[in-house]
Write a protein that binds this ligand. Structure first.
Ligand code: ATP
Ligand code: MG
Length: 337
């Protein structure tokens, strides 16, 4: 025990001061323990603090801004209660390993992906094709955990995405959907909703997406209004805004879902050019409406009824006389696409 008697306490006032000091000390101790608990999300079975099983802990991380799910929190533990909080630069490589997955939109619905195993290498440009309803969109949506992948697993940079907080996962992959929607607000807000970028970065992204002249002509430039859904811009321009946003976010993985379906050939050509240059080192999955869009890809994936039926380089698939991709290309040539 604390040697109160040995301290020659002169009077009651000294005793009270001493007691208050002890209480303060106790309070400080409790606060320190509470902080530790918070960092560790109660600890669980996993290691907390210091170096754990993530070897990226030493990486530079400038982003310690607001986060809802500890997405960018490089200060606490990585593994807590079965949830893995990746570093702010995850995924660094954009390596996607799809391992025997079967998936459906609901437990009482049929499988839309059936035992799909495939690997998209870092920086690879993959063209995905197949008949309508073959599972192209579903496969890319599985990366965002938008459907029930009840069998198998998907690893991105060797990390099972089922352990990653949903908001984090979805913020680390960019998608340009077929029918892109812009938020009501300003162009600036649409490009940089969290106000994290410098003015010249926004203009650079617009330039990359070939939108600089369009925005420069507007009276209020970056502060020009965007109406609900982005209706004051064409579908093609909305897709290009999505592309500029994806470029700004610097994600390693980009999904383009039939981005060319409803736009003119000129915008299509811009999209392909931007992807080939600004996204040259990124992993890009392009769901093709026109096969001409994907013939120059590194590899082609053909799906049928939720299964992989062909996956190889375009050259190898074109060499297969009776192949599905061959027949799609022949069909497109005959149709003049
Ligand atoms: P398309 O070329 O028409 O875009 P797709 O290859 O992208 O087709 P998916 O949209 O992935 O095909 O559809 C695969 C299967 O999943 C289809 O049978 C489709 O009806 C079904 N499906 C798609 N979206 C949903 C959903 N939200 N809820 C239930 N079933 C869905
Ligand atoms: Mg689709």
């Amino acid at each position: 025990m604390f040697p109160l008697n040995s301290m020659k306490v002169g009077n009651d006032r000294d005793k009270i001061v001493l007691l208050l000091l002890l209480l303060l000390l106790l309070l400080l101790l409790m606060m320190m323990m509470n902080d530790y608990d918070d960092d560790c999300h109660d600890g669980g079975d996993f290691s907390c603090g210091g170096d754990d099983d993530d070897d990226d802990d030493d990486d530079d991380d400038e982003s310690h801004g607001s986060n809802n799910d500890n997405a960018d929190d490089d200060t606490g533990c990585r593994w807590c209660d079965g949830v893995y909080t990746p570093t702010s630069d995850w995924p660094k490589d954009g390596d996607i390993q799809i391992d025997s997955i079967s998936a459906r939109y609901d437990t009482d619905l049929d499988d839309v992906l059936r035992d799909v195993t495939i690997r998209f290498k870092p920086g690879e440009k993959v063209g995905i094709c197949g008949r309508t309803g073959s599972g192209k969109s579903s496969l890319t949506l599985a990366l965002f955990r938008m459907l029930d992948t009840y069998k198998g697993r998907i690893l991105i940079d060797n990390m099972d995405i089922s352990h990653i907080p949903l908001i984090t996962l979805r913020s680390r992959i960019a998608i340009i959907p077929q029918d892109p929607v812009l938020f009501a607000g300003t162009i600036r807000f649409n490009l940089d909703p969290y106000d994290e970028k410098f003015e010249d970065e926004l203009w650079e992204a617009l330039e990359i997406a070939q939108l600089k002249p369009v925005v420069a002509e507007l009276d209020e430039k970056l502060d020009s209004p965007v109406s609900e859904g982005g209706e004051n811009f064409s579908v093609g321009q909305r897709q290009l805004f999505c592309l500029a946003r994806a470029f700004l976010r610097k994600t390693r993985i980009l999904v383009m879902d039939e981005a060319t379906a409803s736009i003119d050939m000129q915008t299509d050509a811009i999209l392909q050019k931007v992807v080939a240059t600004a996204f040259a080192d990124k992993t890009v999955l392009t769901i093709a409406h026109r096969v001409s869009t994907i013939v120059d890809s590194d590899s082609i994936l053909v799906l049928s009824e939720g299964r992989v039926v062909e996956y190889d380089t375009p050259e190898a698939l074109l060499a297969l006389e009776d192949g599905v991709f061959s027949s799609l290309v022949k069909g497109a040539k005959n149709a003049g696409n």
